[in-house]
Write a protein that binds this ligand. Sequence first.
Ligand code: AMP
Length: 120
Amino acid sequence: MRNNTYDDNNIFSMILNGKIPCEKVYESKYSLAFRDVYPKAPTHVLVIPKNKYVNFNDFSAEASIEELSDIFKTILKVVEIEGIKDSGYRVTTNSGKDANQEVQHLHFHVIGGRKLGRND
Ligand code: AMP
């Protein structure tokens, strides 16, 4: 059984089902990209799968090839839209307790638009 720890009331689930708004940057068949409400840099976009995956473990083990591929293509699309593909950017995901994952729906942070420090 998978996803038995997925909380349908997490904030990104509410964005996906339209209960709360987001500032959308791009959307594909399997993924959604929207701006982080507390941006750390001129570009700070969150890329999430549309289906219910709690974290990186869950997604990388359970997602289809199409979903796995789609999320990386979506990240590429975002850096193109934001004009940071060539200047450089950072892609991170916090997975689990020790990484301080706050929202229990997998998300990749795409951060750029300024020179980033090692600990940004
Ligand atoms: P993490 O610590 O990796 O789980 O990051 C969660 C991120 O979600 C943080 O950067 C928050 O600023 C961001 N966040 C929380 N609520 C929202 C929201 N409603 N819309 C956009 N970003 C959000």
